[in-house]
Design a binder for this molecule. Structure first.
Ligand SMILES: [Zn+2]
Length: 89
């Protein structure tokens, strides 16, 4: 019997679903709100960062551009948007 990490299964399943979604129609980055194109690097982001107790459940995982995700890092979306706002004003 091989036991797999259930979190990994969920994540892989989600990634597959999202990649299929992108191929079929449209998918928006939940961080910048822009369309994720086929050639963009897709990543999954934790709405509540794991460092703040966020889970790996599908409710807490959203599709995002890899670049947006890395810029946001482990901040919450609110914190990140606030920072962006401060930088541009
Ligand atoms: Zn984005």
């Amino acid at each position: 019997m091989i036991y797999e990490n259930p979190n990994m299964i969920t994540r892989n399943k989600l990634m597959k679903l999202w990649h299929r979604k992108i191929r079929e129609k449209t998918c928006y980055c939940y961080i910048c709100g822009k369309l994720i194109l086929k050639h963009d690097d897709l990543s999954t982001d934790h709405v509540v960062p794991k460092s703040k107790g966020g889970s790996n459940s599908s409710d807490n995982l959203k599709p995002a551009h890899k670049i947006c995700n890395s810029k946001k890092n482990d901040k919450t979306l609110e914190q990140y948007l606030m920072e962006l706002h401060e930088q541009t004003h």
